[in-house]
Design a protein around this ligand. Sequence first.
Ligand SMILES: [Zn+2]
Length: 345
Amino acid sequence: MLKRPLQAARTLARHGLQRAASRFGPQRRTSRSPRLWILMYHRILPAEQAAAEGEEPGMYVTPETFANHLRWVRECLHVVRLGEWVQRVQTGEIVPANACAITFDDGWRDNVEHALPLLVESNTPATVFAVSHMVGTTGQFWPNRLSRLLDQRGEAVLSDPAWGWLQQLAASLPGGLRSALTSAEARSALIHRCKQLSDALLNQRLDELERRPPALPPPPRSLMNWEELRTMMDTGLVEIGSHSCHHYRLGPELSTEITQREIIASQKRLEAELGRPIPLFCYPNGDYTASAAVQVAKHYQAAVTTQRGINTADTPMNRLLRIGLHENATSHYHAFMARLSGWRV
Ligand SMILES: [Zn+2]
């Protein structure tokens, strides 16, 4: 009986806090030392396509919402290209007091289809972080492989012993593994739980499951190819950065040798294919060890994390902070502005 009024009161309170953050957050003030907001996007997808692909709610915004963001952000921030801001700060040149850079992780094909026309129309610079050894392939990241398998196999996964490891991981979810078959939020929570396992182990387990009959339909190519990356660059608005070779998390479980290769070989491959220097790096899943960050600093001018915050001149260039945007949290004006504030409202 009480639950609904309580929920309504909480929603009202949250909206009130969002309005305050929207009106009085740091994005509304200029400071003496320059600051940089870096917005983090992944996919730009129409809602029905996101639902059809079982994409996590945190992974996309719709083209309509993205178009709104591009308008709203200009009310208080000066949009710059990330590489240019880094270069200017490092050479002591003047940068806008409140600058903002737009970034896209992973190199999704929907970026060229849905984001690029909006970037061109609004003359907005952006950075795309591509996974060098997956460009143009039908390779998929493990969360998408897992999601496809759950959709294809359906209720069979609840009792099949081959899925035991996932049944165990899902045991503490309210509603267990069954909830991950029907709810996008539950699936997202399950994917979060899977991160306890290494990328190598997850990929190996998914290889085994995919090999079992019935055969899966071939996956669509959802990442950009080289030509599409060049199309983005040729507008003069988009720069490409490295997001490693295979999107392995650069955590302590990954060997030093593979970590180095992911950092260095990805840069070489992108430079060879695109004919430009690649001075920016993005840590897969935001994970890095101290030694990975040192390696990155050796080979790149700057790197971005997934840690939330607003950068100042004192933020280390190899660990820049970002603000993640996704449809559910930012489709309304005050919710977007509150997100820019960096406050947790
Ligand atoms: Zn990524």
